[in-house]
Design a protein. Structure first.
Ligand code: ZN
Length: 267
């Protein structure tokens, strides 16, 4: 029926279901959650996916054992000139500084390092030269991160972080991207923000903002700081703890970077 969606859930026979223990919860204006209390192990875990009408992809997904991989191939990565761009990716925190600690002890340092490595991989495949300011759990001050990018004369600098709300409020979720100054920085921030929102449905858009963070203030090239979600937020944390979502976020960041480089990174 036009304008309506019907969700049908089928059960195998002899399941002992008590409808009164179920609930439909509104998370925000366009996102609902159904809580089903049922005997344990009666559900098969298939993960989260995108709902997009694409018969080609659907067919391929059907055949593929790893549906996760093909789920986000609708995000086609733009081409850039090979070996022309030098990109510095900065995974926030590290070593004795774990950054934000979220629900279930989820640590910012681990989440952003995983995302950063995936961004590096994707950009390298497209022919960009990519270096991480840290590639493992080491203590790294802010000045060497900046001087590394400045000395290397990098084309862009992207610092990746995850948020925590004061008081660890679980109802606060969302993504935001900061730049310090200049239209290039702002444009890079906009491209990345747009893409990370696409892979985080329901999580609020906290916008592209000017920020005075040390690493984006002192780098000479267009530089942004991306906050990929709240580790303390119910919605964001549940996603960020999953490797598949971190891959999607990495894909989105890479896409934003490549869009920027392919359009304005020529001079
Ligand atoms: Zn951080």
């Amino acid at each position: 029926i036009k304008g309506k969606t019907r969700l049908v859930i089928e059960f195998t026979e002899k399941k002992n279901i008590k409808p009164l223990t179920w609930s439909l919860v509104g998370l925000d204006q366009n996102r609902w959650k159904i809580k089903l209390f049922s005997p344990s192990n009666s559900f098969k875990k298939i993960g989260e996916g995108f709902t997009k009408r694409n018969t080609k992809t659907a067919k391929r997904n059907h055949k593929s054992k790893n549906t996760y991989r093909t789920n986000y191939d609708y995000l086609k990565l733009p081409q850039i000139k090979k070996n022309k761009f030098f990109v510095v990716i900065d995974p926030g925190h590290g070593g004795p500084d774990p950054g934000a600690i979220g629900i279930g002890g989820l640590r910012e340092t681990d989440v952003v390092l995983d995302v950063s490595k995936n961004v590096q991989k994707l950009l390298s495949e497209k022919g960009a030269q990519v270096r991480l300011t840290r590639s493992n759990e080491v203590d790294m001050d802010l000045p060497p991160r900046v001087s590394f990018a400045n000395r290397a004369n990098a084309d862009i600098f992207v610092s990746i972080h995850a948020n925590a709300s004061r008081g660890k409020r679980r109802d606060i979720n969302g993504l935001e991207t900061f730049y310090y100054r200049g239209w290039r920085g702002r444009l890079l921030a906009r491209r990345i923000q747009k893409q990370i929102l696409k892979v985080s449905p329901g999580s609020p858009d906290r916008g592209v903002k000017q920020g005075r963070f040390y690493v984006i203030k002192n780098t000479k090239m267009p530089a942004v700081l991306v906050e990929i979600g709240f580790l303390t937020g119910r919605l964001d944390a549940r996603r960020l703890e999953k490797s598949i979502h971190r891959k999607r976020i990495a894909y989105a960041i890479a896409k934003g970077i490549l869009e920027y480089l392919s359009k304005v990174g020529w001079n």
